[in-house]
Ligand binder design. Structure first.
Ligand SMILES: Nc1ncnc2c1ncn2[C@@H]1O[C@H](COP(=O)(O)OP(=O)(O)O)[C@@H](O)[C@H]1O
Ligand SMILES: [Mg+2]
Length: 247
């Protein structure tokens, strides 16, 4: 069984949205999936109550000590994928989930505050030697241009960012909010839309990433400075575009 944990200190970065989107994308790709909710706020349980289909179980586990035995039980039962959604902040349950994960996904909006808020999560993942990757979420519609900038940076950087920055970047679009409000995932709500395409692409990226067992040696400050550089390039691209439009 693979265990993926979505974690970052900052609320609103997209942990729950991505957990649901990825769960359905993985299910549609043929995996048996369980969503584990460690956030007492209950975003996933509320989503399941709005959902008419009973094909995806959301299992609440709020006590840190229950996480490891439950994951072991699920693995023994033959489940292929557990996706764990965590609360904002850094609770004992989040730390336990990261400790027992195969991949820690750290969502961040393209803002300095979100990127800075990833540091404590990265520290936990690194302390337990768990593989981790950033997911840039809610990027502006010019995400493609940011993505190009990210590619350039990754190529030019002295370090290999390809394991650390998940692709594609996930653009901010209403489909994500509308699907959750309807108790569905984006690949069910608007299967032919760009958001669904991106989430399916992200799942394929994760599948490949899970196959790479080794943890990366990238230092936290290198990751943060690379992400900062990317945002800087993105800001310059936006400014260029504004100038072009204005002239
Ligand atoms: N890519 C996206 N495009 C548009 N809205 C998004 C996207 N990702 C998340 N959201 C919205 O942002 C808000 C916060 O997302 P959520 O997944 O609840 O964050 P977290 O679980 O990290 O607190 C929600 O209203 C959600 O629908
Ligand atoms: Mg949440």
């Amino acid at each position: 069984m693979h265990t993926i944990v979505l974690a970052t200190q900052k609320g609103g970065s997209g942990k729950s949205t991505l957990a649901i989107g990825l769960a359905l994308a993985a299910k549609q790709a043929g995996f048996t999936v369980r969503l584990i909710e460690t956030d007492p706020q209950g975003t996933l349980s509320n989503w399941q109550r709005r959902r008419t289909a009973d094909d995806l179980v959301v299992e609440p586990i709020y006590h840190a000590a229950d996480i490891e035995p439950r994951l072991k039980m699920l693995a023994d039962s033959g489940l292929q994928l557990a996706i764990v959604d965590t609360a904002a902040g850094l609770s004992a349950a989040t730390t336990a989930a990261i400790r027992h994960s195969d991949l820690c996904l750290i969502p961040a909006r393209p803002s300095v505050a979100d990127i800075e808020a990833t540091v404590s999560t990265l520290s936990v993942a690194r302390a337990w030697k768990r593989p981790y990757s950033f997911v840039l979420n809610q990027t502006p519609i010019r995400g493609q241009r940011i993505d190009n900038a990210a590619n350039t940076l990754a190529e030019e950087a002295a370090l290999d960012l390809s394991d650390v920055l998940a692709r594609p970047l996930i653009v901010m679009r209403n489909d994500h909010q509308d699907s959750l409000a309807n108790g569905r995932a984006v690949s069910e709500f608007a299967p032919n839309g760009k958001s669904a395409d991106e989430i399916r692409g992200l799942w394929r990226w994760i599948e490949t990433r899970l196959e790479l067992s080794a943890t990366t040696n990238v230092q936290i400050d290198q990751v943060i400075s690379a992400a900062g550089g990317m945002l800087h390039v993105a800001a310059e691209l936006s400014a260029d575009e504004t100038t072009t439009l204005a002239s």
